[in-house]
Design a protein around this ligand. Sequence first.
Ligand code: FES
Length: 107
Amino acid sequence: MSDPFVFAADLKDIRVGNTFKVCFPDHTPILLANVDGTIYAVDDTCTHEDSSLALGCLRGDKVKCTLHGSWFSVISGEPSEEPADEPLQRYQVKIKNEQVWVNLTPL
Ligand code: FES
């Protein structure tokens, strides 16, 4: 069975407290977020409308959608502010040789 993880980014490009958007062929864009040194991966597209969460800021484990102000946990995917009421898809992350690898099958 082949390795389900695909290369997403170099670890050095995702500083603590920041996010990083990655586009893959035939897949929705993924948002990588560095929360206190741990990398999380969720869909980059807000579940309310089609806004990129990479445009928003990360506070703790929550990223803000700049279009209407919903916040999402990058750990659970859950929104904590309306108008969004659907969670983000989450993805498994693996760090290997200072690189971030993501399994594009949602958790
Ligand atoms: S598009 Fe994100 S809250 Fe509306």
